[in-house]
Design a binder for this molecule. Sequence first.
Ligand SMILES: CC(C)(COP(=O)(O)OP(=O)(O)OC[C@H]1O[C@@H](n2cnc3c(N)ncnc32)[C@H](O)[C@@H]1OP(=O)(O)O)[C@@H](O)C(=O)NCCC(=O)NCCS
Length: 175
Amino acid sequence: MSLSLRRATIEDADTVSSLGARTFSETFHHLYPPEDLETFLAHAYGLEGTRGDLAHPDKAVWLLEDDGEAVGYALAGPCDLPHDDVKPGDGELKRIYVLKAHQGGGKGSMLLNTALEWLEKDGPRPLWIGVWSENFGAQRLYERMGFEKVGEYFFPVGEVRDLEFILRRDSPPPR
Ligand SMILES: CC(C)(COP(=O)(O)OP(=O)(O)OC[C@H]1O[C@@H](n2cnc3c(N)ncnc32)[C@H](O)[C@@H]1OP(=O)(O)O)[C@@H](O)C(=O)NCCC(=O)NCCS
């Protein structure tokens, strides 16, 4: 097994887009009617939007590859969560996903640490994460990294409205 973690480039748009759709479906497909899921995936994980993320000067995407197969990714950038305390210059972990068959072995933590370090490469700043209210596993992971719940909002997927928690970390926890 050879693991490699690297910044994705515009050349990886197809890979990031299909891994994004696949991991979102794997995790959340049971929550939505199929037509809502299809519409959401085409919009949120389409090639055009993915290319936009990869080309964005203030965003970064990482790919985790296992023997050359993309098994996880993370996306970070400026915060655009709907919370009154979000300031220009705050950062956000926007997405982090590992294929089910590869979870539980430290890969998500590798991606998370890399993204958080990048978000604070120019010094500590408030960092934000939106997480589904019932995604207890991910919430545990974020709590360990110093994130606390500071708000809630509803995230639309087709006709469904998901209750999302808004988490924030003001400074990194002591090592
Ligand atoms: C969240 C995620 C990226 C973590 O990746 P991972 O490779 O499983 O993480 P690691 O092996 O590094 O760490 C395991 C930790 O992840 C957390 N975790 C996340 N999802 C979990 C789950 N379904 N079951 C158990 N633990 C989970 C726990 O805190 C766990 O630590 P613990 O075993 O000490 O409780 C991965 O589980 C995933 O892709 N989940 C589905 C997508 C998702 O929920 N993304 C977050 C959206 S905000």
